[in-house]
Design a protein around this ligand. Structure first.
Ligand code: LYS
Length: 272
């Protein structure tokens, strides 16, 4: 009889504990609801879609390695994004002001930019090279002294050539995008273009009729790494960093890289 009562009491107590547990969970799932609300916000990604093969227009669609890459990162993070082609100057301005949530545009991580932006870990190795006509006598960066050189404004290409010929040198012609700089070379308004190697190498390969060639100068043009760029103190930086590291390690990055460049990436140099 006594045993029976104890059993009933224990059962009641267990029921009470279980009920408390459920209501605790209830609070938990409310919080989860808020997180879901946050995650479903679509982040605005800005780019300069005149930089094949990283980002360019196919009709009115923005395509390229960077676009597949950022979609894979966002997917991994469970975050919705929308990529918008705003042009290079706006990529820099909007991401600094925070009207863009992030910028993906073959953007080099460097100390100067780190003062105004936050960057993820690196995702691509690059360097500046020189695009010239096949019959050009330009053999190195030093040969660019006294020549008219076209660059995209506010790029590391501009900084690299100005280091050699001096800032505000009128021989450095600055354009809103790299395609316009290449047009300047083709029309004879410049003798060279300084820009990221992958972009000018792809241009030469895709336009054999233009009789252009690429000169490298690792002594004067240093190795650079691209990163995803955020406004300072962005709440999204860490989530993207984690997701980026995950796709570097789980093979997704390598798959996308292979689709665009036809070879295996050196993922190790990005991770180290
Ligand atoms: N990687 C270079 C830089 O960050 C070129 C970027 C050009 C973008 N359209 O300055």
């Amino acid at each position: 009889m006594k045993k029976g009562l104890l059993l009933v009491l224990t059962s009641i107590m267990l029921l009470i504990i279980a009920a408390c547990g459920t209501s605790g969970e209830g609070t938990g799932s409310d919080a989860e609801g808020e997180n879901e609300g946050e995650a479903s916000k679509t982040l605005r990604v800005v780019t300069d879609a005149a930089y094949a093969p990283f980002e360019y227009l196919e009709g009115d669609k923005v395509v390229g390695f960077d676009i597949d890459f950022i979609n894979a990162v966002a997917d991994e993070a469970g975050i919705d994004i929308k990529v918008e082609n705003v042009g290079w100057d706006a990529v820099l301005i909007e991401t600094e002001k925070g009207t863009s949530d992030l910028g993906v545009s073959a953007i080099t991580i460097n100390e100067e930019r780190k003062k105004s932006y936050d960057f993820t870990v690196p995702y691509f190795l690059s360097t500046n090279k020189i695009l010239v006509n096949k019959d050009s006598d330009i053999k190195s960066a030093k040969d660019l002294e006294g020549r008219v050189v076209a660059v995209q404004n506010a790029t590391t290409g501009q900084v690299a050539i100005e280091k050699i010929v001096g800032e505000n040198n009128p021989d450095v012609k600055k354009f809103e995008n790299t395609n316009l700089a290449i047009m300047e070379l083709l029309s004879g308004g410049a003798e060279a273009v300084v820009a990221d190697n992958t972009v000018i190498e792809a241009y030469v390969e895709n336009n054999p009729d233009k009789d252009l060639m690429v000169i490298e100068d690792p002594t004067n043009f240093e190795a650079e790494y691209y990163g995803i760029m955020f406004p300072k103190d962005s709440e999204y930086l860490e989530e993207f960093n984690t997701a980026l590291k995950a796709i570097l390690e789980n093979g997704t990055y390598a798959k996308i890289y292979k689709e665009w460049f036809g070879s295996e990436p050196d993922v190790q140099i990005l991770i180290d």
